[in-house]
Design a binder for this molecule. Sequence first.
Ligand code: ADP
Length: 292
Amino acid sequence: SYDELRKCTNNFSESNEIGSGGYGKVYRGILSDGQVIAIKRAQQGSMQGGLEFKTEIELLSRVHHKNLVGLVGFCFEQGEQMLVYEFMPNGTLRESLSGKSGIHLDWKRRLRIALGSARGLAYLHELANPPIIHRDVKSTNILLDENLAAKVADFGLSKLVSDSSKGHVSTQVKGTLGYLDPEYYMTQQLTEKSDVYSFGVVMLELITAKQPIEKGKYIVREVRMAMDKNDEEHYGMRELMDPAIRNTTALHLIGFGRFLELAMQCVEESAADRPTMSDVVKAIEIILQNDG
Ligand code: ADP
């Protein structure tokens, strides 16, 4: 309830701050029924205000799927904008891939994380009413629950972010550099296929653990070049693979080649050449089934 949230807001202190991002700071809180929550408190001016905001948030709070981080509530009063989400104890996929959280993700776990987040996105695209384009798919928006299952966060929020917010490209195009669909960037025509592009970049992160832009190099281009020099056994990926999964040769990782090719289809320059999110779901399901 609002009053409960109000109590939590009085508890905002550095001790329960868990992070900060494009919209402001994120705090951990506990509701009186014991539910652990993550409270996003928007920085003044980082989000659009007004009725449109409220309508949109109300819409988002009605979207439920096991691979989407649930919006538990929101508070929109006295200049404060707060969004309350279920708390994800194992942090972001990016933290795990960068080795910061101490969680080791083996190859099979990575396939399951890809499948879960793909299902969440496919739901937004095809089953949510009205359909929702995420607009900011990236590894810091994929959170891991207590069982390391993936849940997609921040869906539908990007369009509510003001242009001036950090991390977001200004003018009309919104998203995060390195994940941004080049066709959307050129044409400013947003479709579900833009999320597919960003998701392809996340799949490449699962293989390489690299950020989409590292030391000025774009992961998509690096992988494309490596695959052109295909060494058969590793699909050209020996150097680029995450050392944490490199111990077995790529051939011994189930479906490695198919997963890599699927990722590269997702990051095709032309949106028409990319699969839909439900195509991606089906393809990953098949890869996992073939493991027996
Ligand atoms: P960004 O704008 O970069 O996506 P966010 O504002 O969404 O960042 O989140 C900032 C940080 O807060 C995340 O990197 C994550 O560590 C943490 N966080 C966000 N949402 C949750 C949640 N529901 N449960 C646990 N931690 C969260």
